[in-house]
Design a protein around this ligand. Structure first.
Ligand code: PXG
Length: 289
């Protein structure tokens, strides 16, 4: 496996950064998770734009233009001969001292790209649907650490994931601090009822997959709502599903012990899932191996 590390492709064993990197010391950095399908990088522009929004807020300058960053993603896929895979792109602040002051980071930001495979949930759950729960850990307040930042500090989500797995579930719904539905630890939440597809507006990462699903829903003449959603509305939805680059689209059949609709993957969910898999075949930046 070849890893992109600061402009060079190096062997996995040589892909090393310092223990003084502020990404390691403080979670001080940004990342993206991107998929490629049949030698096409799905929504690469959107991922790169989101990465640069995160680094802009964090005031980290990777030193690469968006075009150079996009080319580096494709280069890494090609070097590893990956047609269908998962790309983890990381920009960390770089080496500093043992204080958290970014002004004392003397090193340049580290840019790392890993191209590999990913599978988040067991395959059979995509057929029969998954059960999830809400957990006590709420989403970070947007004015503390905005969930729209895809930062290297994922402890908020990891704490929620621990709570879910401790109770025997693969995934958790995290509420916003005001009690409304936020998102899952690595996916966005959707519900469907009576012709309307709803998803939370704030307090969540603006998922690229969610964006694609909303576009497909509009094309199918399904009404779309983005706003506050309560647990009660989730329990009484006809359908529920999660979206994310890792998860793609996974049907949810029970939340906090309440069956959603008929307790099996819904018709609209299946339609959107099929439309999504069609979309990924034609969408995205093509590369040759
Ligand atoms: N919310 C959060 C908190 C995420 O981390 C999404 C929503 C979905 O966004 P995209 O843009 O991917 O549709 C994410 C993405 C993992 C893993 O290892 C997590 C994500 C992506 C890939 C792998 O759990 N999170």
């Amino acid at each position: 496996m070849k890893i992109y590390l600061n402009g060079k492709l190096v062997d996995k064993a040589d892909a090393k950064v310092s223990v003084f990197d502020h990404g390691f010391l403080y979670g001080d950095g940004a990342f993206e998770g991107i998929r490629s399908y049949g030698s096409r990088v799905f929504r690469l522009k959107e991922h790169i734009d989101r990465l640069y929004e995160t680094t802009h807020t964090l005031m980290i300058n990777s030193g690469l233009t968006k075009k150079q960053m996009s080319d580096a993603v494709v280069l890494t896929l090609k070097a590893n001969k990956i047609k269908d895979g998962y790309i983890r792109l990381i920009v960390s602040r770089g080496d500093g001292d043992l204080g958290l002051d970014p002004r004392k980071c003397y090193g340049k930001p580290n840019v790392i790209i890993i191209a590999d495979k990913i599978s988040l949930y067991p395959a059979e759950l995509y057929q029969k649907g998954m059960e999830i729960i809400t957990v006590p850990t709420v989403k970070n307040h947007p004015n503390a650490l905005n969930p729209q930042l895809k930062s290297l500090n994922y402890l908020n989500n990891i704490l929620a994931k621990i709570e879910a797995s401790h109770c025997g579930y693969n995934e958790a719904i995290m509420l916003e601090s005001n009690g409304y539905i936020g998102e899952c630890t690595g996916d966005n939440v959707f519900i469907y009822k009576d012709g309307v597809l709803s998803t939370p507006h704030l307090g969540r990462l603006k998922g690229i997959t969610a964006g694609a699903i909303l576009e497909l829903a509009l094309k199918m003449k399904i009404k779309v709502f983005e706003g506050y959603i309560t647990r009660h509305e989730v329990y009484n939805a006809q359908e529920c599903f999660l979206t994310g680059t890792g998860a793609e689209l996974i049907p949810i059949v029970k939340v906090d012990g309440r069956a959603i609709g008929e307790g099996k993957p819904g018709v609209v969910t299946k339609k959107l899932l099929n439309a999504f898999y069609k979309q990924v075949k034609k969408d995205g930046v093509k590369y040759d191996l």
